[in-house]
Design a protein around this ligand. Sequence first.
Ligand code: S3P
Length: 425
Amino acid sequence: MKFKRAHRLRGTITVPGDKSISHRSIMFGALAKGTTRVTNFLQGADCLSTIACFERMGIEIDNRADEILIYGKGLHGLRASKGVLDVGNSGTTIRLISGILSGQSFTTQLTGDASIQSRPMRRIIEPLSQMGAQIESVQGNGCAPLRIQGAPLHGIHYVSPVASAQVKSCILLAGLYADSPTSVTEPYLSRNHSEIMLRHFGASVLSEGTTATVQPEPELQAQEIQVPGDISSAAYFIASALIVPDSEILIKNVGMNPTRDGILKVCMAMGADITIFNEDGSGEPTADLMVRHSGLRGTTIGGAVIPTLIDELPVVAALACFAEGTTLIKDAQELKVKESNRIDVMVKNLTAMGAQVTETEDGMIIEGGHPLHGAVIDSRMDHRIAMTFAVTALASDGETQIIDADCVKISYPDFYQDLYALIEG
Ligand code: S3P
């Protein structure tokens, strides 16, 4: 697909439902008793992989497009899948499901696409094994395919070396099947959607600082879930409006969970003109955002804010190219083990567009203020890279071509249509 400079962006956009919350709504709905109803579910390929996995384990799921009904069978209602469970490109699916499968009375094999098969799974194999799980990497390389034979589980207190909601959630879900409470302590707090939603379904989950503790064997009860708009998807429109002159857009119903709103904090620190209003709800709060073109300045991003904008760091790196001065992204080694190595792919592609970027061990340094020009961008089939460069192209000279641009279907199938609808001239 090809992209070029935009004259300006105007209009209103409602981004699709949050990916993390959509995954969890299916999983927890399947483990609850009764019918869970989900609205504003993200119909992206990743979340459809989660649906397919639970259907293969005997859960009836009625995807009516405007709402999803999950006919949950309780904590012990899953049955063995006839074949291998395929999670596609979805790290959230494979890591969270592994926690659930560790406590079942059957054996499952899990696999996914080439990206999934190269991502680290020892981070879940290790704590699950400590709990008594029978889980192994089939090829012995610490990656998928995984084979999990359900076993009796014991509660542990796990001190995680990484701030990862997938690791934390995997352990907490296994903890539902354990014989005593299970806790996870992280170096920094990662997104807490599992804790919030498990409580909503009736589980006892305590959050204290960066430690979450779950009590075993709750009766999970079916719920109504309204998925808020995904702030990670909103990030591309925020960035577009900030870098394209004369832009002003309204983004409605954006999820504002404080474990996810780092993109707003960082944009504000860079001098962004963003107004937050219509704030609503607790637990998973939402708000509308008015974003206007802004003169940006460089900033330093590291430490506790990193997990709160981990998926937005590619687009933040692009934004930094349009800011005056230097932006330092540090403590972000996790970017190397996402759908692609996002440090490497960002540095290579931004450099191809004329940016001054240096790769570091745990992030990158960007010297802003150098005009960018079009280039051929290899997305490496990573949805967030494709969306980031579609945005970057809107404020760059010449033409930008994105290879495998349709990978946006993972988290935002209508991304290009929605972006084009805001472009004037
Ligand atoms: C997610 C957690 C994050 C994030 C991913 C979704 C989740 O991954 O990058 O897109 O839904 O729990 P990590 O837990 O590996 O940081």
